[in-house]
Design a protein around this ligand. Structure first.
Ligand code: IMP
Length: 446
């Protein structure tokens, strides 16, 4: 059985939720390993539409075991809100949803700090999702955070006092609310009690499943270029979004992971601030935003748009070593006369093909573009690779070459049923030979 990772190869919003939803019948469990409710995974099928922030997209499958791993940061109220909304839509997560007892908790001071810092940064803001993610990871590293299992601990008040003590001065300085220790401790006990039925030592659980021959899918959130170590720092999220994050964020050793599926949108988007070589601040950018409905699932913010950036995606490939790519939103390019790919960054007269670490280089670099004729015909709902227009296949072949890995899937519309799954050995291996289950799942909702 293969244990695989699905992750984003750009700046998030590549359409991972749809891909996970589609392939998860080939797996026995879906595990998230980093981030929190900053993520926004949209899944559409059979006329229904779900927006998930915390829960793995696998939750929509009756009976599928789902895990929120230790590398995540959990806001209990938001977690229960999401569960409640799902229950209202008829999705029952009872008995199959496990939250790591070691995951960190997002508490009100984290949220206040995220918002207050962003406001204070003015023009230099990071453009966070204001969900308290960064501050929660900070207090984790500072060893003053609370884990989900600490919420119900006898000394919770003392722990909260330490956390509050660490954040109070900055909160006060920024004019933000500083919640009282007693009030925080009461909230912790309340959420601790409610969370208790979901808590588990998820590293033990997931490893046991693997020992028993089950296959596990690890669902990434955000994208490689938002990784705190490897991304466009400081314009990143605060977790490790790359494949290596699975080992620490789920407690599963690299030797147990058999494959990586990298999700790449047919063009590039980014939300929030930070360098974006080749950002299209023109009619084409507006077209991509409108046609691709590029507005944040979590915050509703318009996404910045540009052509597919092969420099960034090649770097993401170096970090993740994807066995295959899932190219999403190909249909968004259908009406264009020409389609472009950024193949290099021009900086001080030189064209660089590596992804530079220095912000100043990224900010000043100009995109070196390669132009392809558009296909100008609808690809929406195409199910076989061979049925794609020749120009679209040429474009995809170029992406394969540039990134250095084959295209295994192509998404040709927002719905589950609008996806090409290629008959390729890499795809077959990634889903443990269970391609038939994936195709049956794709076609059942059509
Ligand atoms: P944070 O994760 O809320 O701290 O935000 C840090 C940066 O990551 C900001 O630029 C956000 O817009 C970006 N970000 C966080 N989550 C997502 C996501 O799911 N998709 C795209 N961008 C995200």
């Amino acid at each position: 059985m293969t244990n695989a990772i699905v992750l984003g190869m750009q700046w998030g919003d590549e359409g991972k939720g749809k891909i996970v939803d589609l392939i998860c019948p080939a797996f026995d469990a879906v595990v998230r390993f980093q981030g929190g409710n900053n993520a926004g995974h949209t899944v559409k099928f059979g006329g229904r539409h779900f927006a998930l922030h915390f829960l793995p997209s696998g939750i929509l499958h009756p009976g599928m075991a789902c895990v929120l791993g230790n590398g995540m940061v959990i806001h209990p109220e938001a977690f229960f809100d999401e569960l409640h909304k799902l229950a209202e839509s008829g999705v029952d997560a009872g008995g199959r949803l496990f939250v790591s007892a070691r995951a960190q908790v997002i508490l009100p001071p984290h949220l206040h700090l995220d918002a207050a810092r962003e406001a204070a940064r003015g023009g230099g803001k990071i453009g966070t999702t204001a969900r308290g993610i960064g501050p929660a990871y900070e207090t984790k590293a500072a060893r003053s955070g609370l884990r989900t299992c600490d919420l119900g601990a006898e000394d919770v008040e003392a722990r909260v006092a330490v956390l509050r003590g660490q954040l109070a001065a900055e909160l006060a300085e920024l004019g933000a609310e500083v919640p009282e220790t007693g009030e925080l401790a009461t909230a912790c006990r309340y959420w601790g009690e409610r969370l208790a039925p979901y808590l588990a030592d998820t590293a033990v659980l997931v490893n046991r499943w693997i020992d028993d021959g089950k296959s596990v899918l690890f669902e990434g959130a955000q994208g490689a270029l938002l990784d705190v170590d490897h991304g466009t720092y400081p314009y990143v999220t605060s977790s490790n979004t790359v494949a290596g994050g699975v080992a620490t964020g789920a407690g599963v050793a690299p030797t147990r992971i058999g494959g990586v599926l990298g999700v790449v949108k047919a063009y590039t988007t980014r939300v929030g601030s930070g360098p974006f070589v080749g950002e299209l601040e023109d009619e084409t950018g507006d077209f991509l935003r409108r046609r691709g409905n590029e507005y944040g699932t979590t915050t509703g913010r318009p996404r910045r748009c540009g052509w597919l950036d092969a420099v960034a995606t090649r770097y993401a490939q170096l970090l993740n070593r994807a066995d295959a790519l899932a190219v999403t939103k190909l249909d968004v390019l259908d009406e264009l006369d020409e389609v472009r790919v950024c193949v290099g960054y021009r900086f001080r007269g030189e064209v660089r093909r590596d992804f530079p670490a220095e912000l100043a280089v990224l900010e000043q670099a100009q995109p070196e573009l390669r132009t392809f004729p558009g296909w100008r015909s609808p690809t929406v709902g195409v199910l076989h690779y061979e049925d794609l227009p020749q120009q679209a296949r040429d474009f995809l072949a170029f992406v394969e070459d540039e990134v250095g890995t084959p295209v295994g899937m192509v998404s040709t519309g927002p719905r589950r049923e609008e996806t090409i799954v290629r008959d390729a050995p890499e795809m077959t291996r990634l889903v443990s030979g269970r391609v038939d289950r994936v195709l049956a799942h794709r076609d059942v909702s059509a």
